[in-house]
Design a protein around this ligand. Sequence first.
Ligand code: DGJ
Length: 699
Amino acid sequence: MRAGVTEEEYVLNLYWGARLAFFSDISAASMPPDRSSQDVSLALAPEEYPAFGGLRFGELAAKITFADQTRDADLRFHDAEIGEQDGLPALRILLQDAVYPLQVALLYQVDVANDVIIRSACFTNQGADPIVLERVFSAVWHLPRQVVPRRLTTLGGHWAGESRLQQQQQVVTGTTLLESRKGVTGSHAYPWFALDTQANEQQGEVYFGTLAWSGNWALRIATTITGATAIGGGIHEHDFAWTLAAQTSFTTPDFVAGFTLDGMNGVRRRLHRYVREQVLPQKQASQPRPVLYNSWEATTFDVTEEGQRLLAERAAGLGVELFVVDDGWFPGRVHDRAGLGDWRVDPQKFPHGLRPLIERVKALGMQFGLWVEPEMVNADSDLYRLHPDWIYHFPQRPRSEARNQLVLNVGRQDVQAYLLTVLDQLLTENAIDFIKWDMNRPLAEPGWPEYVAQGGDAREIWVRHTQGVYTILDALRARHPELSIESCSSGGGRADLGVLRRTDQVWTSDNTHPDARLFIQEGISHILPGRVMGAWVTDMPHDRMVNEIPVQYRFHVAMMGALGIGGHLLHWSDEDLAEATRWIAVYKSIRHLVQDGDQYWLLSPTASKGDLAAVTSVAPDGSEAVLFAFRRSNPFWEPLPFLRLQGLQPATQYRVRELGNASVPEIILSGAALMGRGLELPLRHGSYASCLLHIRAEA
Ligand code: DGJ
């Protein structure tokens, strides 16, 4: 039986949900009958890859224009094969246009262990005439009709307030569009969704998915009055076109999705494991992420060799393992109005180059990292003076600046070659272990006059830019296999599974206020595992004398991810430095859990309006866990309910102790008790209370 293929050779979705036991559970596909002349069969059929054409009016995966201006596609089943792709079992379904020489290969990789499906589509022009692709989504997913409305969860925000949970309590008829049109993933919306039916953090049915793409993207969640939902997503069609020349192919980014009965924590567990095992560069993913220091909040553009050395010495004393010089190390960069593009060391700030500082950092036992923003130029830079044609622009329009900078056309081969040469040189001449790759403004005025003059379609820019960034990152990693890279875009604006194939961590937000962070971290935890989520302890809030947040609380919040320090260490008191040293040592002892354990959120900051948070990270075999808990204020001096843990083995005895506070006695409780009865949290009364518990199976 060719399950899923109708007599007419259309490929339909038969089912998506909880695992079935037998292949025979899937019935043969047939086209649904016309409901009325307004609701004809093809419009009702849940096609796996519906392209604009014929009587299709639902969510579309593709829109294509052929050379004779036919704007109607007719993709029919041609062949299918099961094999392997990148180490995962893969089904490839070949669709062929009924008339034109266009083939579309639908790829379904199945990560059986981590319970996600990875879809993409590859278009091949088998003929001699060009074909124009105007929408090329990675997939359309179908959720079955149901009476009980589903709830849609998404992540929204902005600079310094990224990835906050948004919930539409009842998905009703219509289409929700999530998108970025900024040329980068963005911080106002994330290419991620979850659709649940009466689920909570711990249990219930959730469909979820995320796009592995760092340029313009769209997710369209379309629901009918019958409660059926189709989710289409991929590269945004806004201002997009791709000319598929004769005998060439175009492959979409991956769209990763899954289904769980284990609530939102089930979503996290699946995506975290998939990201760690299948997405992140594997060499680095097998090593602990180092505790880093970043100079940005301490020194901004006021970078000197002496100043950085002093910070590095303080940082090393705390146990920091990676010292990162942020913005401000290259010529002209005494403010944000000059210098971007000239990626060489400022001889005024570093008269002997970076070498003396790097040698000192290494002698202190740390790795060295450097900030770059390769996609950008300031008008006041040698690069822009030399190549004003290298930025996106329309000749008759202004070149709008944002943060005083312009965007290089990274789709151009010469720009890619230039950036690769200068970055490679920087990494070759200096013993740099880590770069922070930043991207601080959206693409605009997306013109490319030279390409147009050659007959090209400049609407390809949106894709070519991201492909160019990926090409450079891949080449740098190939040439420098030990290098680690942090993805940053004004904070968390480029935190997607596409960039994570070639980076090791993400700078989650420029907002390091612990109150804000709990929201931001809760949201992004639906996508990023702990090892990827960069979190620093800083001096924020800067009005500390008025609003003092204990060092412990700030550390606990940052210790939930890849810990960093961003405060001005030369201004920290001896007590603060001593406490920081203690917490960094504690972090190193538990980071295998924080970075690579299964994360269960137990108390939601969003649900408690920022007052409470609790999250536990558990070793996959349930033998060990850590628990972070926070209570911002307790105006009624009330005890909290017992907190019920997750992910432990019921019949195992666990020793529970508070880390960093030896005065609290240890207790021994079974997993059943910890998960069933729960735990009284040792949170002191008063504001900004937090605790960190270690839970280990008794031998
Ligand atoms: C934006 C980033 O998010 C900050 O951490 C810092 O690197 C600045 N850019 C530097 O300009």
